[in-house]
Ligand binder design. Structure first.
Ligand SMILES: NC(=O)c1ccc[n+]([C@@H]2O[C@H](COP(=O)([O-])OP(=O)(O)OC[C@H]3O[C@@H](n4cnc5c(N)ncnc54)[C@H](O)[C@@H]3O)[C@@H](O)[C@H]2O)c1
Ligand SMILES: O=c1ccn([C@@H]2O[C@H](COP(=O)(O)OP(=O)(O)O[C@H]3O[C@H](CO)[C@@H](O)[C@H](O)[C@H]3O)[C@@H](O)[C@H]2O)c(=O)[nH]1
Length: 397
């Protein structure tokens, strides 16, 4: 029986391994983590993360071919395939601080694998990492290998939070990068066999290592760029009386552009887009490509601009100061299905209790602005024609 171990029981490691266990009953899957609290939660009735559909998958497989453990070394030693899905945040100090990916957790995982391995292993990069990380990992593993063979694969994850289970069950593609050597090709085949249990083979793309590593950063950069593009348009819509939803709809009808990821917002959030674009910018700079770095950096700059613009609208509409005023934030999560409070029927109550004039600032275009205006609110919807009140106020506080 093939044994898989995943180091890192987070937003990626947990759901990904649960789906592998569900679809591959003949494979034993162990998810390990240094955090006892996280592992205890994975073994309890209250999982450490909320994802629609996750509970059912975990409950079906846990105790059969899916386990969660803090005994990292034991499970790594026993596995044929080791996924590494540890966090790779932006560095906060040292070389590349504020941009480069911090690979401390990755490096310590790689050193531990080299230490405890007693048989040949396929080591899979699941975390999002800079291009050429596989080379560094390979060096760590082979220089400490005691004659054991390690094959490194890059298998970046494209799931989005909130839709992780459906993304994993029905992925647009699975990407596997490996060395173009006989051993590398054999390792790619072994991982392809795992996914082929449920993913159509034409959706399993096999590339060289560097293409797979870079494709992940590129995909996130392209997605974030679309959001910054529509958000940039939202500012122009407000200045001209155009409606950003209508513009996005018309633009997205072009089949070359497509309708997805064109929702104007207060800017993108989440743990990935900013971190991965900063990482991309850093890699471009390190490779002597300042123009390319500047191009992608602009995506973050527009995102920052959009956040500031939204706050400025709030402050300027409320007579240039919010000090002493109470502001309620409805929907604090970075996106839906992670804690959503839209269309709460409590809004009319809220209006009666509020000081007048009462405002709603909608950074996601999710509220029914006309309904709220009828109740008496002054409504600002991002990228939409402005209320008279807002027209009279400067856009910048
Ligand atoms: N969150 C997402 O939606 C998403 C999607 C695709 C890719 N990614 C990428 O996947 C990676 C993991 O992201 P995440 O959101 O799952 O992170 P996370 O912080 O939720 O989980 C990482 C886990 O790794 C554990 N860990 C760290 N070092 C360890 C070690 N040496 N041994 C054992 N466990 C260790 C941590 O305790 C933590 O529980 C990142 O590189 C991220 O960029 C994330
Ligand atoms: O049209 C849109 C779409 C999204 N967003 C915002 O963008 C952010 C990110 O959303 P989303 O991409 O859906 O969630 P993530 O979980 O951050 O997933 C992204 O980051 C992951 C980590 O790398 C990748 O695996 C996914 O493919 C990629 O979509 C959120 O704040 C959204 O509200 C918008 O403002 N407008």
């Amino acid at each position: 029986m093939v044994k898989i171990c995943c180091i890192g029981a987070g937003y990626v490691g947990g759901p990904t391994m649960a789906v592998i266990a569900l679809k591959c009953p003949n494979i034993q899957v162990a998810v390990v983590d240094i955090s006892t609290a996280r592992i205890n939660a994975w073994n309890s009735d209250t999982l450490p993360i909320y994802e629609p559909g996750l509970d059912e998958v975990v409950k079906k497989c846990r105790g059969k071919n899916l386990s969660f453990s803090t005994d990292v070394e034991k499970h790594v030693a026993e596995s044929d395939i080791v996924f590494v899905s540890v966090n790779t945040p932006t560095k906060t100090q040292g070389l590349g601080a504020g941009k480069a990916a911090d690979l401390t957790y990755w490096e310590s995982a790689a050193r531990m694998i080299a230490d405890v391995a007693k048989s040949n292993k396929i080591v899979v990069e699941k975390s999002t990492v800079p291009v050429k990380t596989a080379e560094a990992i390979e060096k760590i593993l082979t220089h400490n290998s005691k004659g054991i063979n390690f094959s490194i694969l890059s298998n970046p994850e494209f799931l989005a939070e909130g839709t992780a289970i459906s993304d994993l069950l029905n992925p647009d593609r699975v990407l596997i990068g490996g060395r173009e050597t006989p051993e590398g090709k054999k390792a790619i085949e072994a991982l392809r066999d795992v996914y082929a249990h449920w993913v159509p083979v034409d959706r399993i793309l096999c590339t060289n290592l560097w293409s797979a590593e870079l494709s992940k950063l590129a995909a996130n950069a392209f997605l974030a760029q679309r959001i910054s593009s529509v958000n940039a348009m939202s500012a122009l819509c407000e200045a001209t009386g155009a409606d950003v939803s209508q513009v996005a709809h018309a633009v997205g009808k072009d089949t070359r552009i497509g309708p997805k990821f064109l929702n104007a917002s207060v800017g993108f959030g989440g743990s990935c887009f900013q971190k991965d674009i900063l990482n991309l910018v850093y890699i471009c700079e390190c490779n002597g490509l300042p123009e390319v770095a500047t191009y992608w950096k602009q995506v973050i700059k527009v995102n920052d601009y959009q956040k500031t613009r939204f706050v400025n609208r709030i402050v300027s509409s409320m007579f240039n100061t919010v000090s002493g005023k109470k502001i309620a934030v409805l929907g604090f999560a970075f996106k839906k299905d992670t804690g959503d409070t839209r269309e709460t029927p409590a809004i009319d109550k809220i209006f009666n209790d509020m000081q007048k004039p009462a405002f709603v600032f909608d950074g996601r275009n999710v509220v029914d602005a006309e309904k709220l205006r009828k109740i008496g609110f002054i409504v600002y919807s991002i990228g939409k024609p402005l209320d008279d009140w807002l027209k009279d106020m400067p856009a910048v506080a």
